[in-house]
Design a binder for this molecule. Structure first.
Ligand SMILES: *[C@@H]1O[C@H](CO)[C@@H](O)[C@H](O)[C@H]1NC(C)=O
Ligand SMILES: *[C@@H]1O[C@H](CO)[C@@H](O)[C@H](O)[C@H]1NC(C)=O
Ligand SMILES: *[C@@H]1O[C@H](CO)[C@@H](O)[C@H](O)[C@H]1NC(C)=O
Length: 298
């Protein structure tokens, strides 16, 4: 671990970022990313919102662009080469401290996915802005429409493949129940009583899954709750942060909020089922879909 990596905090406060901006620290050593992303049904255009307003010095990270485009599934992980090429264009080199935020009302929605992608691709000098744009605006800190494209840098990605789980891994685990799996969707989507945001998917969950809705880790200001409260949340849900942990959600985005929380509690490497419920629902036999609502076979 380099000295720099040891000093990097998983969460940085709005005050910390404001100071860094005022001191003109944004540059090749510190890059800020707006990683906002919204489901089609919300009718929010994250990129258009970025063009209108963002935290000074930020660039836009598009999870629908930095992804594997050879699949029907939404924003599946890119190859390490594609990731490197994408972040180099955003002025990120392998010595850049990256800070990620998004504009979701609860504090964070998609930023933790990008935070986790950097870690997956071997870059640990990455933080999430605690409270996101919500808390930034609450503090009346500055925003701007001004944008300057950063100078490209050289970035070299590696990848810890064991962090990514696929359909077959989940299928096997549904039978063996070896690893605890947390699903980050809302309680209603998990139980099958609230519709999925995608028209071709019904709600429910896989046998044995544990539900911790992603927004549960944030408080009123959008910041991550205290470590004590976070530990209590995971423990009461039945999650042991000392043991292997896999996460899932609708399409692999908010599951990373649960990964962020587990990381803050000291978990060494929570994994992600990238295809998540959208893939599971389409591929799994009806007996592996637990729902209080409409049955898949109907
Ligand atoms: C970044 O890459 C350069 C060139 O490949 C290398 O010399 C340097 O040690 C790397 N730094 C880190 C923090 O990985
Ligand atoms: C949210 O949690 C943070 C960190 O524990 C704390 O500083 C902040 O005051 C809390 N905000 C609210 C509204 O409770
Ligand atoms: C990959 O991640 C696993 C789980 O966190 C860890 O045990 C392993 O050492 C990592 N491998 C590499 C090459 O970093």
């Amino acid at each position: 671990i380099s000295i720099m990596a040891a000093q990097i905090h998983t969460l940085v406060s709005a005050k910390w970022l404001l100071d860094a901006i005022k001191k003109n620290h944004i540059g090749p050593k510190l890059r800020l990313l707006d990683a906002s992303w919204y489901l089609a049904k919300t009718k929010r255009d994250a990129r258009a919102e970025f063009v209108r307003t963002h935290i000074p010095g930020a660039s836009f990270f598009d999870i629908d662009d930095c992804c594997d485009k050879n699949t029907e599934l939404d924003h599946m992980l890119p190859t390490p080469e594609r990731f490197s090429e994408y972040v180099e264009e955003l002025g990120i080199g392998n010595e850049t401290h990256v800070v990620v935020y998004d504009t979701h009302d609860v504090g964070a929605f998609s930023a933790p996915r990008v935070w986790w992608m950097f870690r997956l691709f071997g870059h640990n000098t990455v933080s999430v802005l605690d409270g996101g744009m919500k808390n930034w605006l609450h503090n009346k800190y500055p925003v701007t429409a001004e944008y300057t494209k950063p100078e490209p840098q050289k970035f070299k990605a590696s990848q810890n493949k064991s962090w990514v789980k696929n359909y077959e891994d989940i299928l096997e685990n549904v039978q063996t129940r070896k690893v605890q799996v947390v699903d980050a969707r809302s309680a209603g989507r998990f139980r099958g009583t609230e519709p999925e945001p995608r028209d071709d998917v019904l709600p429910g969950h896989y046998p044995g899954a544990i539900n911790i809705p992603f927004y549960s880790i944030f408080n009123q200001s959008g910041e991550v709750m205290s470590t004590e409260d976070l530990a209590k949340l995971y423990k009461e849900a039945g999650v042991d942060v000392q043991k292997p942990l896999w996460t899932s959600c609708g399409s692999g985005v908010t599951a990373c909020v649960i990964i962020l929380g587990a990381h803050l509690l000291g978990h060494p490497g929570p994994c992600l089922y990238d295809g998540s419920w959208t893939e599971w629902f389409k591929r799994a036999p009806a007996e592996y879909i637990v729902s209080e609502g409409q049955d898949k076979s109907k």
